[in-house]
Design a protein around this ligand. Structure first.
Ligand code: NAD
Ligand code: UDP
Length: 325
């Protein structure tokens, strides 16, 4: 149990990352309020928490103001998979920008600490490798990913302006590709896609040559990093990269998943997608130094747990996203 129990709001708390964060905060004895509009998630992700006295679930859309009294806010509400955020790009931008304004306004009124789940996408298709927090990015403002990338960049701007102008106690985490149990099997993200395809006997689809890289962080490590940032010194607001620095090509990932699932299908190549970042790897020197944080889970170990989760669910119960590519 923590020394002091906090009332904590998690927006997007029924999503993949949010539900794991709620688990951890509830387990620590905090009073957790989860709000979600279930755009990309389902209640199943938090149904095991529903009977607990220190957990509350509210259906709410963060683009509308919300009046609550809380000590801390984790702002995770936003579709995160390309197929989901491109489904309604204008709503994605509204969720990032109006959502940020609403949680920042609430934080200002309650004097709450507020953490923004930002993203490595603020670096766009990066020309600096690995990416450090001082790199200002290379984002196409009018491309198909812009609704998400620019929305998240605008949210960071709002966080820092509320901090400078109104002394709101902020934290900004730049999250790199994270995976694990409770990913939506049809969200179109590469880890969930490959595992679903391998288990259902479908071909694993590589977009482009497969030479593009990503660095994959297991969800438990990520949640640990977010909590450390929230609970760290007020003098350290970020932005800070939270991710696993071990870099893989998408082709390597496909081969690993194929092998681990004992797939009987094939790996096939499809046309590359527009504005797809060619490389991505976090420099986590800052997180190590200030938060004493670094990921512990190797990709093979995390993939094993994720594959076991996908085997345990009935994938037919999840809706496929609107075709996105
Ligand atoms: P997710 O889609 O599983 O979760 C997002 C949650 O937000 C969902 O439950 C969704 O229903 C909810 N939501 C969306 N729009 C909303 C709105 N207008 N009002 C209320 N709820 C809304 O995605 P995730 O991977 O869990 O991502 C969580 C956060 O972390 C997002 O902000 C995302 O941008 C950020 N992030 C995730 C990753 C990653 O690799 N998973 C990487 C970088 C950043
Ligand atoms: N990708 C792929 N096949 C898929 C899904 C994705 O080759 O079935 C590629 C995608 O083009 C990108 C990488 O995998 O280069 C990561 O994609 P994801 O959507 O998971 O995340 P993001 O691009 O936002 O990092």
């Amino acid at each position: 149990m923590p020394n002091s129990v906090k009332r904590i709001l998690v927006t997007g708390g029924a999503g993949f990352l949010g539900s794991h964060l709620c688990d951890r905060l509830v387990e620590r004895g905090h009073d957790v309020i989860c709000i979600d509009n279930f755009f990309t998630s389902q209640k199943d992700n938090v149904s095991h928490l529903l009977g607990k006295a220190n957990f509350e679930l509210i259906r709410h859309d963060v683009t509308h103001p919300l009046w609550l009294e809380v000590d801390q806010i984790y702002n995770l509400a936003c579709p995160a998979a390309p197929g989901h955020y491109q489904y309604n790009p204008i709503k994605t931008m509204k969720t990032s920008v109006l959502g940020a304004i609403n949680v920042l306004g609430m934080a200002k009124r309650c004097r709450a600490k507020v953490l923004q789940a930002s993203t490595s996408e603020v670096y766009g298709d990066p020309e600096v490798h690995p990416q450090t927090e001082s790199y200002v990015g290379h984002v196409n403002p009018i491309g198909p990913r812009a609704c998400y990338d620019e929305g998240k960049r605008a949210a960071e701007t709002l966080f820092f302006d509320y901090h400078r102008s109104n002394r709101v106690n902020i934290r900004v985490a730049r999250i790199f590709n994270t995976y694990g149990p409770r990913m939506h099997p049809y969200d179109g993200r590469v880890v969930s896609n490959f595992i679903r395809q391998a288990l259902l006997g479908e071909n694993l689809t590589i977009f482009g040559t497969g030479a593009q890289t990503r660095s994959f962080c297991y969800v438990d490590d990520l949640v640990d990093g977010l909590i450390r940032l929230m609970e760290g010194p007020d003098s350290f607001v970020g932005p800070v990269n939270i991710g696993n620095p071990t870099e893989f090509t998408i082709k390597q990932l496909a081969e690993m998943v194929f092998e681990m699932c004992g797939a009987k299908s094939k790996v096939v190549f499809k046309p590359a997608v527009a504005d797809d970042p060619r490389q991505r790897q976090p420099d986590i020197t800052l997180a190590k130094k200030v938060l004493g944080w670094e990921p512990k889970t190797q990709l093979a170990e995390g993939l094993r747990k994720t594959i076991d989760y996908f085997k345990s669910i009935d994938m037919k119960r999840f809706r496929a996203p609107t075709p996105n590519y």
